[in-house]
Design a protein around this ligand. Structure first.
Ligand SMILES: [Zn+2]
Length: 182
């Protein structure tokens, strides 16, 4: 797994090499052009909001038909949406369970310990299950983890993709030293 800096322009116009970002296989699909857009970048990478907003973006962006984006193979076409669904719906379920669990607690009486009900017990279990799952899904995912003015940093990308982008960068003039003119 590699960390790779991808020119944002290539994300937007879909000119990245056809190598799957996740596994390095041949990638006929281009998805999520928005990850390269400056308008989205600030919210995707703000330290607190970024964790969840990226996945929310993926869920909603999967329906947009815009051209461009990152390359995915047949097998990994649904890679981000699947993770996004698990992370976002798992999080929503956790919030709902906690709210319902707390709402159903019996009124507080002095000297009496409040007994947790079934829902709040289940909410507790859900939190214990969800948080480690979230951390694992988050840390092992191929995902954007940073940006500069011109490029997007992807973590846990396939080595083949990283190598292809670096090789391509020389030709398309993105990571080019100041010598050649175009
Ligand atoms: Zn793949």
């Amino acid at each position: 797994m590699a960390k790779v800096s991808v020119p944002r322009g290539s994300v937007a116009d879909g000119s990245l090499p056809s190598v799957c970002v996740v596994c390095g296989a041949d990638a006929p699909h281009r998805r999520f052009p928005g990850v390269g857009a400056p308008s989205l970048a600030w919210v995707l990478f703000s330290p607190l909001a970024g964790l969840m907003t990226f996945w929310v973006y993926v869920l909603f962006a999967s329906r947009s038909g815009r051209a461009g984006g990152l390359p995915f193979c047949d097998r990994h076409r649904g890679y981000w949406p699947r993770r996004a669904a698990a992370i976002v719906f798992g999080f929503l379920a956790m919030v709902v369970l906690m709210v319902v669990g707390v709402a159903l607690l019996p009124p507080e009486q002095p000297g009496v310990l409040r007994k947790p009900n079934v829902i709040s017990g289940f909410a507790g279990c859900w939190v214990l299950l969800y948080l480690p799952t979230f951390v694992v899904l988050q840390l092992t995912a191929t995902r954007p983890t940073g940006k500069t003015r011109k490029s997007l940093v992807l973590s846990c990308a396939s080595r083949k993709f990283a190598a292809a982008v670096e090789a391509d960068g020389g030709q398309s003039g993105v990571a080019r030293p100041a010598s050649g003119g175009r």
